[in-house]
Design a protein around this ligand. Structure first.
Ligand code: IMP
Length: 422
């Protein structure tokens, strides 16, 4: 059975851990969108790995990991990530890591353009990770990007980069940001490409052969549904389709190649960056930060925290065709006495079960809450659903009923062993 793992909130749902858990039975682990704006923390055998572009299956032996055509690759960042992960004892060979020749490249100037755009937006800034993701996808759609395959033709790349540097410098100079020399950009990127090119191949037939041969494929989503360029809280979103459909466009595999859709959500809600967050709660944020939880893996920023929001989850389950929910970080709520679940948004006196598209409606959305008792006991050693305290099970059952999808997995701690299969 082939599975997509999609984030149902604003990213950081703990997808890496669920992917890692399911990797045991997978032959291929595939990234199909996003870039090194993602940060997946995987803890296995007491070792913590922070992955940005590498699929989580990389820390296993004998798994094939694919970075698909829908991903945008920062070659310098990926080389650093490979070196760091190799330093932790993980081997990364061309057999183990395949990079699509159609994946677009994030150039150093894309990162500065990202910063420039944020400055230009002022108080309306998106709060991006400044990894150049938006500008790289913009170049792709604008048909002015460079793909991994282009780097087999250095003269073509030099010419394109020279052209792009002139355009970018124009914008950067306006914001007093550092400008670029085409030769220096080429030198930096070509050095990184020497390490990466042995991994670059046409991944489409490889994936199709694996599918036809009955191999088990695992699609590792990055970010979350509310950051999707179409379904998220636009414009406070990332620049890719983070939802299930992105797994097809980002790999060249058709929809019927995927049979199971696991939607990952936290037992509460978090968000980094700007944009609407109706259930945000200062008390819960302070409490979770006090536990040392909820600091971003990519930027170290403290995440805003709030109550579980089933308005978001209901839409996310629809869009992703979620067949099973994976609820992570249940243990984060262990010590809380009273919990809230948002069941609808009251907008000007009418309760809405689904999130709005209009920005001004988001600003006026007041969460409607249901209050549930906390369990106030340690769940981190629970290994079976039946071991969970009754109040924790009631909370999960209510979550599932409100979202319209059953709970398939529950996370009660960061370690691989702390995942309950229901
Ligand atoms: P960008 O993807 O860097 O352009 O950032 C756009 C928005 O997506 C910002 O709000 C970021 O904080 C958010 N974002 C991007 N990647 C992640 C992620 O992996 N986890 C959580 N938020 C993310």
């Amino acid at each position: 059975m082939n599975t997509i793992i999609a984030g149902l909130q604003w990213g950081d749902e703990g997808k890496g851990k669920i992917v890692d858990y399911l990797t045991e039975s997978a032959d291929f682990v595939i990234r199909s969108q996003g870039g090194n704006n993602a940060g997946h923390t995987v803890v296995a055998h007491g070792v913590k790995y922070i992955l940005h572009l590498l699929p989580s299956g990389i820390i296993w032996d004998h798994k094939t990991n694919v970075i698909g055509n829908g991903v945008v690759i920062d070659p310098v960042g990926l080389c650093q990530e490979i070196a760091r992960t190799e330093g932790q004892g993980v081997s990364i060979t061309p057999e183990k890591l395949l990079i699509s020749d159609r994946a677009h490249v994030v150039l150093p100037l894309h990162k500065e353009l990202d910063a420039a755009r944020e400055v230009a937006l002022g108080e309306h800034k998106i709060g991006t990770t400044k990894r150049g993701i938006g500008p790289a996808y913009a170049d792709k759609i604008n048909r002015s990007g460079l793909r991994m395959a282009d780097f087999t033709d250095p003269d073509y790349v030099r010419e394109r980069i020279a052209h792009r540097v002139v355009e970018a410098n124009d914008i950067l100079a306006r914001y007093d940001l550092p400008t670029f020399e085409a030769a220096a950009v080429c030198a930096e990127v070509f050095t990184a490409m020497e390490r990466l090119l042995p991994h670059v191949t046409n991944t489409i037939p490889v994936l199709h052969e694996a599918w036809k041969a009955g191999k088990t494929l695992l699609f590792e989503g990055a970010q979350g549904t509310l950051l999707d360029i179409d379904f998220g809280t636009y414009p406070f979103v990332t620049s890719s389709n983070t939802t299930a459909g992105g797994a097809c466009t980002g790999t060249g595999l058709p929809p019927m190649a995927i049979q199971r859709s696991i939607g990952v959500c936290k037992a509460y809600t978090t968000r980094v960056g700007s944009g609407p967050f109706p259930t945000c709660d200062e008390g819960l944020s302070a409490y979770l930060h006090g536990l040392g939880r909820e600091f971003g893996a990519t930027t170290g920023r403290p995440r805003g925290c709030g109550w579980l929001d089933t308005v978001l989850l209901r839409m996310a389950c629809m869009v992703n065709g979620v067949t099973h929910l994976a609820v992570t970080n249940l243990d984060g709520l262990d010590a809380y006495d009273t919990l809230q679940i948002c069941t609808g948004y009251d907008i000007d006196g009418t309760v809405h079960p689904l999130p709005p598209a209009r920005r001004d409606l988001w600003d006026r959305a007041v969460p409607v809450y249901e209050t549930l008792p906390g369990w106030q006991s340690d769940t981190t050693a629970c290994t079976r659903y039946e071991d969970l305290p009754p109040a924790a099970r009631a909370y999960l059952d209510r979550l599932a009923a409100l979202c319209g999808a059953p709970v398939g997995f529950v996370g009660v701690g960061p370690d691989r062993a702390q995942t309950i299969a229901v």
